[in-house]
Design a protein around this ligand. Structure first.
Ligand code: ADP
Length: 450
């Protein structure tokens, strides 16, 4: 026998009266304490134990050998189990109970007979309990160990993840700090820009106020001057008329020419003063508009009558080519008359004797269109935009001599402002050598003005 004590078998087993056998994994008996030999009356060492057992006992032994426990889980012990082996052909012999114990490596099985001695029962039970408890503890320990290993692994992983996260966070933090600084700089820049804007805004507001004051002063000045100028001009013209009517005696031919020239100059001056007065009124928004239904075709024909002498002088023929059916628009007749009078007299003045036509029609947009067309020399493309500016007289800019000049350069400017005041528009189109068309549009009524 070897190892039994080393395996932790109870010392009480020493001098054991029952059978003790040591088996290899293949079931061959390698040691025996001689009790079995005595029972069988022959040697068993070197023979498989199965060969001396009956069928069911052999199968039990095979099962035990096959169910070799994992030594690391049980530390060499199997749970105690009473196990009976019947010897072959020895029915008369009482069955033997064995207690199987594996050695540490798990390749030797010790079979210790459990004698039918009640003194040992308690011992076996105690051993069995100790063994099973030990095995349980071993299993739990193993479980706990692997659980701990798992937890440790998990902890390590978490630690690494935490480190990685903390590195990332640090990086992000640095990035954010940089962004923050950038933002701060930008905010300061914005602040400076805002202050600059605020101060230029203040400056602009001041300039606007100054300009408004200057503009209204200018308009007041124009209005006052025009009024003050009109009275003496009327007096001059009145005296000229009396002179020409020879109320103060007969005029020589030379004197008559001189008075006529003075009269023309006075008339021009009055025209200029009237236009300036008009412009200042329109600019200051003091131009009253008094709308009423106006038969535009009839108005055009009336203006033709007024301009008949001028047309005769120019050698032009004036004609209204359409518009008998356009009916009325609700607008200020005096203002409309002023616009059309200007457009038609311009067509006669600058039309070089070519015919002048007027077209009247409703446009699809519900607006009345009045077109004044002449077959005159036309206006160059680059001049079309500026003829509506104040004091623009094409081809006369270089001539500063006002005496004897026709027109004031204010007519179209006034006409366009009047058109706007009536809720309409005034545009010009022209082709050099072919003629010009001035296009006035008017809303059907002031409430429909855009
Ligand atoms: P005025 O007739 O008093 O000079 P306007 O403002 O009425 O001033 O016209 C400005 C200028 O536009 C005129 O001096 C003239 O040179 C040009 N103009 C106006 N109407 C015509 C036209 N039908 N054909 C050619 N030129 C024109």
């Amino acid at each position: 026998m070897k190892n039994l004590t080393a395996l932790g078998v109870h010392p009480a087993l020493r001098g054991f009266p029952g059978m003790v056998l040591e088996l290899r994994r293949d079931g061959v008996v390698v040691e025996s304490n001689g009790r079995l030999e005595r029972e069988l009356e022959r040697g068993v060492v070197g023979h498989p134990l199965g060969s001396v057992l009956d069928g069911p006992s052999r199968r039990k032994l095979d099962a035990i050998l096959a169910r070799q426990p994992r030594p690391e889980a049980t530390d060499g012990f199997v749970p105690a189990q009473a196990w009976e082996l019947m010897l072959e052909g020895r029915d008369t012999v009482a069955p033997h109970s064995f207690f199987p114990v594996w050695d540490e490596e798990g390749d030797h099985l010790y079979l210790v007979e459990s004698p039918r001695d009640p003194r040992f029962d308690a011992l076996y039970e105690e051993l069995a309990a100790v063994n099973s408890e030990q095995a349980n503890t071993q299993r739990q320990l193993a479980k706990e160990k692997s659980r701990l290993a798992r937890a440790l692994g998990e902890l390590e992983r978490e630690l690494k993840e935490n480190e990685r996260l903390s590195r990332t966070l640090q990086g992000q933090n640095e990035e954010m700090e940089a962004q923050n600084e950038e933002l701060l700089a930008m905010t300061e820049e914005l602040h400076a820009g805002q202050e600059q804007l605020l101060s230029s805004n203040h400056q602009l507001e001041r300039r606007t106020r100054e300009l408004q004051i200057a503009l209204s002063a200018r308009n007041r000045f124009y209005a006052a001057m025009s009024h003050e100028l009109r009275t003496p001009i009327n007096a001059v013209m009145g005296y000229n008329d009396l002179l020409l009517a020879e109320v103060y005696g007969t005029l020589s031919e030379q004197q008559e020419l001189a008075v006529e020239r003075s009269q023309r100059a006075a008339r021009h001056l009055r025209e200029l003063v009237n236009d300036v007065l008009d412009i200042s009124r329109l600019e200051s928004g003091r131009a009253e508009v008094e709308p009423e239904p106006v038969d535009v075709a009839r108005l055009v024909d009336e203006i033709f009558d007024t301009l008949r002498p001028l047309a005769a002088h120019a050698g032009s023929d004036m004609r209204r080519l359409s518009g008998d059916d356009v009916g009325t628009v609700v607008t200020d007749p005096l203002r409309l008359r002023q616009i059309l009078l200007n457009l038609l007299s311009n067509a006669l003045k600058y039309g070089a004797g070519a015919p002048v036509w007027v077209h009247l029609a409703w446009a699809g947009t519900g607006r009345l269109v009045v077109e004044v067309t002449d077959g005159g020399p036309g206006i160059a493309e680059e001049d079309l935009g500026r003829i509506f500016d104040e004091f623009v007289q094409l081809g006369r800019e270089e001539n500063t001599e006002t005496a004897g000049r026709e027109g004031t350069g204010l007519g179209l400017s006034i006409a366009r402002r009047l058109a706007t005041a009536l809720g309409g528009t005034l545009e010009a189109a022209s082709t050099l050598g072919v003629g010009s068309t001035f296009r006035l549009t008017l809303p059907a009524s002031p409430s429909r003005a855009e």
